[in-house]
Design a protein around this ligand. Structure first.
Ligand code: PMT
Length: 212
C-alpha cells in the first residue's frame, strides 16, 4: 500500500530571520514512516524542518517548511495513497504580514497579527477517496479523550491517535510515547509508554492488520 506520513513542526515566517514554530522533533512521524517501510509499504514522508536523518527505504522524501508548503505537498500526493497518517504538528496560525527583511526593534511593544492556516486533515477528510484510511493525531494536555473524539468526527477520520502530551515521557521531543487509538467504528486501543519505534510498529499492526 502507498502510505503518506507527515512529521515534524512547521515554521511560519515572521520576517527574514524569525519564525513561529513548536517543539516537534519529527521522532514520532519518522518512526511511523520507518515502521511502514519495514512492513513493505511504499512510504512518502513529508517532513517539516527537523534534525533527524531521513529513513532508508522510502518511496519519496518531501522536505517542507511552512504549513502552506505542507498542505500543497500532501494534497498533491493524497489521492494516490491508501493511508495517510498526519503526525506533523502543523501550525494553526501564521503571521498575516510576513516581511522579507529583518524587522528592526522600536521603543515599544510589537503586536503580530496571525491568520488561520488551512486545516490539512480537514481538507483530506472532505476529499477522502473510497477505501482510503485517514489517521490523525491529537496532541492534547487536558480533556484528551473528548478533544480527540471531537477531531475524529469533525475531520471525517477513520482513526485518531490521542497523545496526552502532559504525561512525562510522552509527546514532543521524547524518545518514548503512549497513545490511545480511537476508531470511527468505536474501537479503542491503548498503546502503553514505550519507545516511539515500538509505538509506531504496534500502531501499524492495529491500523493495517495482516490478513489471516
Ligand atoms: O515530533 P515529536 O517530537 O516526536 O512529537 C510527536 C508529536 C507530539 C508531534 C505527535 O505525536 C503528535 O501528537 N502530532 C500531532 C500534533 C498536532 O498538531 O496535533 P493537533 O491536535 O494540533 O492537530 C490535530 C491533527 O490535525 C494532527 O493530525 C495535525 O497533523 C492535523 N493538522 C493540524 C493543523 C493544521 N493546520 N492542519 C492539520 O492537518
Amino acid at each position: 500500500m502507498k502510505i503518506l506520513v507527515t512529521a515534524g513542526p512547521t515554521r511560519e515566517a515572521i520576517d527574514a530571520v524569525r519564525f513561529l514554530s513548536n517543539k516537534s522533533t519529527g521522532k514520532m512521524g519518522y518512526a511511523v514512516a520507518k515502521a511502514a517501510a519495514e512492513a513493505g509499504h511504499d512510504v512518502i514522508l513529508v517532513s517539516g524542518p527537523v534534525a533527524l536523518t531521513q529513513s532508508d527505504g522510502l518511496l519519496e522524501f518531501v522536505p517542507v517548511v511552512s504549513a502552506a508548503d505542507m498542505a500543497e505537498a500532501v494534497k498533491l500526493r493524497a489521492p494516490d495513497c491508501g493511508m495517510i497518517v498526519m503526525c506533523a504538528a502543523v501550525a494553526d496560525y501564521t503571521p498575516a504580514h510576513p516581511v522579507d527583511r529583518k524587522l528592526k526593534k522600536t521603543g515599544g511593544n510589537l503586536t503580530l497579527e496571525l491568520k488561520r492556516t488551512e486545516d490539512i486533515l480537514k481538507t483530506l477528510g472532505q476529499q477522502k477517496k473510497p477505501g482510503q484510511i485517514l489517521v490523525g493525531f491529537a496532541a492534547e494536555t487536558d480533556d484528551v479523550e473528548a478533544y480527540a473524539r471531537g477531531k475524529l468526527a469533525a475531520k471525517n477520520l477513520d482513526w485518531i491517535a490521542a497523545n496526552d502530551v502532559s504525561r512525562p515521557g510522552c509527546g514532543f521531543a521524547a524518545d518514548t510515547n503512549a497513545l490511545t487509538l480511537y476508531a470511527a467504528d468505536g474501537r479503542k486501543f491503548e498503546l502503553p509508554l514505550q519507545g516511539k519505534d515500538e509505538v509506531a510498529r504496534r500502531m501499524l499492526e492495529i491500523l493495517l492488520p495482516s490478513p489471516r
